[in-house]
Design a protein around this ligand. Sequence first.
Ligand SMILES: Cc1ncc(COP(=O)(O)O)c(C=O)c1O
Ligand SMILES: [Zn+2]
Length: 414
Amino acid sequence: MSSAIGYKCMSCGFEKEMTDKITYVCEKCNSNLEIVYDYSKIKEQATKKFFEENKNYNMFRYFHFYPLEEKTTRSPLQVGWTPLYRTESLGKKYGCPNLYIKDEGKNPSGSLKDRAGSIALAKSFEFKAKKVAGASTGNAGSSMACLCASVGISPIIFVPKTAPKAKIAQLLLYGAKVIAVNGTYDMAFDLCHDICEKYGWFNRNTGYNPFTREGKKSCSFEICEQLGWKAPDWVVVSVGDGNIISGIWKGFKDLYNVGLIDKLPKICAAQSEKSNAVVKSVKNSTLENIKIETISATTLADSISVDLPRDGIGAVKAVLESNGTCVEFSDEKILEALKEISSMTGIFTEPAGSASIAGFKELAKQGLFKEDETIVCIATGNGLKDVDSAMKVAGTPHITEPSVEEAIKVIQES
Ligand SMILES: Cc1ncc(COP(=O)(O)O)c(C=O)c1O
Ligand SMILES: [Zn+2]
C-alpha cells in the first residue's frame, strides 16, 4: 500500500482523500493540490540501511515516497540516478569550490521531465485513463511520448509550433500524436486542459496534474544520497512553470520529515528577465499572501518561456519557506553560461539548463555564497535538444582542404 493519504490545497489547505478518480485542483478554490503522506509509515521502511542494500539505481529506489501501488505498470526505461558532478574549476572561478552540477540530460528523453512523466504515466494506469494528453514547451511532451512508447501507448501532445526541432523530432519518432499550436505554450496548455476536460482524458499538464511534482522530487533524493545523505546548502533551479523547483523543495522536505537528512537547503529560482513571472511573484508575496504574476514571455530558453507559472504557488513557497532567493538575468548571460559550462565541465545542457549556472554566477558575484558552502545547480535538459541556440555562441569550425600541409597551416593560424 502506498503511503500517500490524500490531497491538500496549496492555497486554502482544504484536504481530500485519494479515490480511484483523479483530482486535479482544489474543489473549494481551484488552486493546485499537493500529495500528503503518512511519513511515519515511510520512515519505517526507507532507512539508510535499506538504501545501502538496494542496488536498484533509478528513481524507483525511493519507491516508498511515491503515491503508487507496488504492482502498477511503470516504464522499464532507466529514469533518474543521473550523475552529480563536482565541478570544482568552474566553481572556483566564482569563489565556490564545492559547486556541483546534476546532469539531468542523461535521462531517457534527455531532461528532468522524465521523472514527472514516470509517475504521471503510472498514475494514468491506476486511474484507468482511456487517453493520456499533455501540453509542453517540448520536453515534458517528448518525455511523456518516450515513456509511453516504452509501454506501447501513444499520447496526444500539444506544443507551440515554435518548439525546437529536436523536441518535435523526438515527439514524432516516439509515436505521439503531435498537435502543434499556432500560439504560445500557455495557449497549448489551456487547449489541452479544455479538451481533456471535455473528453475525460488524463491530463499530464505540468503543475495542474498534482502527480508531476511527485516525480520531480526524486532529483532531490538523489542529490542527498549522492552527497552521503547530506543536503547541500543551496540549490539553484531554472524556473518556468515552477513545477521543478516546487518538486525539488518537496523532495528535501520529504527526506527531512523521515530523518534521512538533518537540515534543509535554501532554494534559488533562476529566470531569464524575459520570462520572470516567478521572480516578480516572489517579490510581491509573503507566505501568508502569495500573488502570482503573469507576464508575456519571450526568452530564447524555450523550456522556461512561460507567461503564467502553473505551479506558481509551489515555486514561491519553495523560495520563501527555504529562505532562498530569486535571480534574473539576460538571455545573453544564459548563452554565456552555456558556453562556459560546456567548455569547463564537459556537460552540454540546453539554455534552460544553463540558466541555473547563469543564476549561480550572478548570485556568487553578489556574494551570496560562502566559500565552504555546497551549491548544486541543476542542468535540467540535454544540450542536443536545442542546437540552434547553442550555435549562437559555439563559434565556427576552421575549414581546410583535405591535405596535411593545408590542415597544419590552418591549425597554426587559428
Ligand atoms: C530543461 C528544462 N528546464 C527547466 C524547465 C522549467 O521547469 P518548470 O516549468 O517546472 O519550472 C523545464 C520545463 O519544461 C525544462 O524542460
Ligand atoms: Zn483550496
